[in-house]
Design a protein around this ligand. Structure first.
Ligand SMILES: C[S@@+](CC[C@H](N)C(=O)[O-])C[C@H]1O[C@@H](n2cnc3c(N)ncnc32)[C@H](O)[C@@H]1O
Length: 439
C-alpha cells in the first residue's frame, strides 16, 4: 500500500539562494550549518541508533536548493539513510549504497510504508506466541539456538547475552520469520536490532554500544527482550511518520570504491565517510544484532576489513597524493609506522571512492562530502583538506569548505573525541562540509 506522501514539494520559505547552482553551492557553504531544531524532523530518522548521523536538515538543504524534483541524489556511504529519506521527502529519486549490512537492513525498513493495522496484528501474535514459547518451551528455543549458530558465534553470544535473553530473542525471531510479508519482516528486523543496539547496550550485557565501544557489565539488569521489542514497535506505530515513496529509492549493498551505477547518471551526491582514525568501528557494535540476523561472527570479521578506515593491511600502489597528504603520512610514520600505513590506506580508499563519485555524477553537478578531522598519534590530519586534495586530483573543483558544530548527543560520537581541552580536541567538535563541483 502506498500512503499519501510529503506535505509538499514547495521550496522552503527561507532566505532564498539564487544564481547558478555553483553560486548557490558557494552561498550555502557560507551559511549557518548548525542545525539544532529537531521537532519538525521525520521520526523515521530516529528508528535505530547509528553513529555519526547527519542532522536531516543538512542533506535536505543541498537537495532542496541544488536539485529539481525527480532528479537523482546518491549517498554512497548512506549509513542510516538520512540523505535518502530527505531526498524522498523532497520528491527526488535516490540511490543509497553501504557496505554495512545493518545500514542496509535499517534503510530498507525506513523506506517502507507503515500499514499500522497489519503491523499491530502481527505484533500481537508475535508477542503472545513468543512469550508462550519462552515460558513453556525453553527446550525448543535452546535447540533452535544450537542449530542456528556456529561455535565462534555461540561463544560471542554467550559472552554478551544472558541465557534468558538469548531464549527471548530466539522466540522473537522464530515468530518474525513466520511472517510472509517481506515489507513487514523488514521493519520488524530493524526494530529487533534496535532493542539490542542502543546507547545503554539494550538487552545485551554491554554498555556504550551505540558509541561502538562496548564494555561488558557484570550483573547488568537486562530488560525483557520481548517487552522491549513490543514497546519499540508500538512507538513507531504511534509516531507521526510521513509516508515514503518506496519505489523512488534504491538501496544497494556494496563498496563505495566500486559504485554499480553508470557514468554521469546522478545529479547530486551528499555523503559522509568514516573517520580517518577508525574512531567509529561500525562493526564492533553492529555485530551484536547482525549475528542474530543471519551473519556468523567470522563472516562479519572478514567484512569489517573492507570498511573505509579499517586498519587491516592491503597492498597499495603508488598514488598521486598531494604534498600535504604525503607530509602527514611521513609525520605519523615518525611516531608509529602502522598508524601511518592505516592513514595511507584511508587516503587511498577515499581517492578510489571520490573517483567513483566523480564518474557517476553528471557534468555541472555538485558533490558534498561531510567529514570531521581526526587526530592520529597526536597529529591533526586535517581530513577535510586531504579529501579536498583528493577531489582536485580526480577532477573536481573545490567550491568551498563550510564548517559546522557537531551536536554530540545527536550524532553519537566516540568518547575519545569528546574528552580533552586541547586545540585539536576542540576542532573535533566541528566538522567540515566540502563542496565539490564537476565541471
Ligand atoms: C559517517 S557514516 C554515514 C552516516 C550517514 N551520513 C547518516 O546520516 O546516517 C559512514 C558510513 O560509511 C560506511 N562505509 C564504510 N566503508 C564503506 C565502503 N567501503 N563502502 C560503502 N560504505 C562504507 C559505514 O558503514 C557507515 O555507514
Amino acid at each position: 500500500m502506498q500512503l499519501p506522501l510529503f506535505k509538499s514539494d514547495k521550496k522552503h520559505e527561507k532566505p532564498g539562494f539564487s544564481g547558478t547552482k555553483k553560486n548557490i553551492l558557494n552561498d550555502i557553504l557560507k551559511t549557518d550549518l548548525n542545525f539544532t531544531v529537531y521537532n519538525e524532523v521525520n521520526r523515521r530518522h530516529y528508528w535505530h541508533a547509528f553513529p555519526a548521523k547527519f542532522p536531516p536538515q543538512l542533506p535536505a538543504l543541498f537537495i532542496e536548493y541544488l536539485t529539481d524534483p525527480d532528479e537523482i541524489v546518491l549517498d554512497p556511504m548512506m549509513g542510516s539513510a538520512t540523505t535518502l529519506i530527505e531526498a524522498n521527502r523532497l520528491g527526488r529519486r535516490s540511490y543509497g549504497l553501504d557496505i554495512d549490512p545493518l545500514a542496509i537492513i535499517n534503510t530498507n525498513a525506513k523506506l517502507k510504508c507503515i500499514d499500522r493495522r497489519r503491523i499491530e496484528n502481527h505484533l500481537n501474535s508475535i508477542v503472545y506466541n513468543a512469550e508462550n514459547k519462552y515460558k513453556s518451551n525453553k527446550k525448543f528455543l535452546a535447540e533452535k539456538i544450537d542449530k542456528r549458530f556456529d561455535e565462534a558465534t555461540m561463544d560471542f553470544l554467550n559472552y554478551w547475552f544472558q541465557k534468558s535473553t538469548q531464549l527471548e530473542l530466539m522466540a522473537l525471531l522464530t515468530e518474525i520469520e513466520k511472517i510472509e510479508d517481506d515489507d513487514i519482516i523488514s521493519i520488524l528486523y530493524s526494530v529487533f536490532s534496535s532493542t539490542i543496539i542502543t546507547k545503554s547496550g539494550g538487552v545485551s550485557m554491554a554498555r556504550d554500544l551505540a558509541h561502538t565501544r562496548p564494555h561488558r557489565v557484570q550483573g547488568k539488569k537486562v530488560k525483557s527482550a520481548i517487552q522491549e521489542f513490543a514497546i519499540k514497535v508500538r512507538k513507531i506505530l504511534n509516531e507521526n511518520v510521513n509516508g515514503v515513496y518506496s519505489n523512488q529509492a534504491a538501496v544497494i549493498k556494496g563498496n563505495a570504491r566500486n559504485i554499480p551505477l553508470r557514468d554521469e547518471t546522478v545529479n547530486l551526491i551528499v555523503t559522509s565517510p568514516p573517520y580517518a582514525n577508525n574512531a567509529i568501528d561500525y562493526m564492533r557494535a553492529h555485530k551484536f544484532s547482525l549475528v542474530w540476523l543471519g551473519y556468523s561472527i567470522n563472516e562479519l570479521k572478514e567484512l569489517r576489513k573492507q570498511y573505509i578506515g579499517a586498519e587491516s593491511k592491503i597492498n597499495i600502489n603508488e598514488e598521486p597524493f598531494s604534498k600535504r597528504i604525503l607530509k602527514k603520512i611521513e609525520s605519523i610514520a615518525e611516531i608509529k609506522s602502522s598508524k601511518s600505513q592505516a592513514f595511507r590506506r584511508y587516503c587511498y580508499e577515499m581517492l578510489k571512492s571520490i573517483n567513483e563519485m566523480y564518474r557517476v555524477l553528471e557534468k555541472e553537478s555538485p558533490c558534498i562530502i561531510v567529514v570531521a578531522s581526526s587526530k592520529i598519534c597526536g597529529i591533526d590530519v586535517e581530513t577535510h583538506k586531504c579529501l579536498a586534495d583528493l577531489g582536485r586530483e580526480v577532477g573536481f573543483e573545490v567550491i568551498g569548505i563550510g564548517k559546522r558544530l557537531i551536536d554530540r548527543n545527536r550524532r553519537m560520537m566516540p568518547f575519545s573525541a569528546v574528552k580533552g581541552n586541547s586545540k585539536i580536541e576542540e576542532r573535533m567538535h566541528q566538522e567540515y562540509v566540502i563542496g565539490f563541483w564537476k565541471n
